[in-house]
Design a protein around this ligand. Sequence first.
Ligand SMILES: NC(=O)c1ccc[n+]([C@@H]2O[C@H](COP(=O)([O-])OP(=O)(O)OC[C@H]3O[C@@H](n4cnc5c(N)ncnc54)[C@H](O)[C@@H]3O)[C@@H](O)[C@H]2O)c1
Length: 324
Amino acid sequence: MTDLGFDGRVAVVTGAGGGLGREYARLLASRGARVVVNDTGGSTAGEGVDQGPAESVAREIRDEGGEAWADTNSVATPEGGQAVIRSALDAYGRVDIVVNNAGILCDAPFHDMTAELLEPVFDVHLKGAFFVTRPAWNVMREQGYGRVVNTISAAGVLGTANKSNYGAAKAGLVGLTRVLAAEGTTHGIKVNAVAPIALTRMLTQSLTKPEATKAGAEQRADPTRNAMTVERMTSFVDRLDPALVAPAVAYLAHEECPVSGEMYTVGAGHVARYFIGRTNGYFNPDLSMEDVRDHFAEIREESGYTVPRGSGEEISQLFRAASG
Ligand SMILES: NC(=O)c1ccc[n+]([C@@H]2O[C@H](COP(=O)([O-])OP(=O)(O)OC[C@H]3O[C@@H](n4cnc5c(N)ncnc54)[C@H](O)[C@@H]3O)[C@@H](O)[C@H]2O)c1
């Protein structure tokens, strides 16, 4: 088997001035991609701007023999997203790969969540992916080829306390991923999503800050909280090298990527797939509320589930069930 390369490809990696994005950019560049290293260089909460991180990663890539261009536009506005893609076109004349990775955290328990904490998180994660991918999409459609990798999170797919803003934005990216996958099919564009687990400043903040707050105390008292405690997690974090997430992202960004519209969870060298399953369910043409109560176990029964590839496939399943 030959090694996988990106010769001739141009990749845009947002939020690549550190953490996971830096590893994605370095791996893509080491395999021959020309890479736009985008990052505003602010704090974990998105405050401030600093050209340093994007420039330093671009320099690091060039020092390692790769090709990279630093870009410090914010993904959080339509103009910023356009400017990021314009950087790729001006520097390298094309764009084949977009990795939407930029992110911030503004955690709070839901009873303290405000519009001021919601909006910046939506702007960077959900709208940011939209604003960057939208101008790239035109280029990809014209060239009949593209790869988009969105960054989702267990917080959005499975749920995590104190992250209603972040979880909602990440779940929005699941929808964006699946809709773009459907639209990209006839244009050679594949769109997938990765939920990373890696020791970065963002995970460090998630692990430490809530424990110092009232929300953290509520979390610890919550019996539904994941059994993996912060203490146990702390002894495990050394294995959560962000470089071990990059191979999965790079494969989904490669020409050989065999799938579109899918979600993968990746951390510590482990790669697994999240999927949306549909139970066989219960059918009654005269359905009443009591029927739902009486057949709830059957409705929830997981054996024999299916994994519809799109909403059309689900409608077909419903037609079949309703036609007996
Ligand atoms: N680390 C984890 O375990 C984990 C888990 C789930 C999801 N994620 C996601 O992975 C992605 C990368 O996070 P990370 O853990 O490497 O954290 P990180 O804080 O190191 O990286 C995020 C980067 O995004 C940049 N950024 C923020 N706002 C931006 C904007 N408007 N425009 C451009 N760049 C901007 C930041 O400056 C930062 O360098 C994020 O989307 C995050 O939500 C991380």
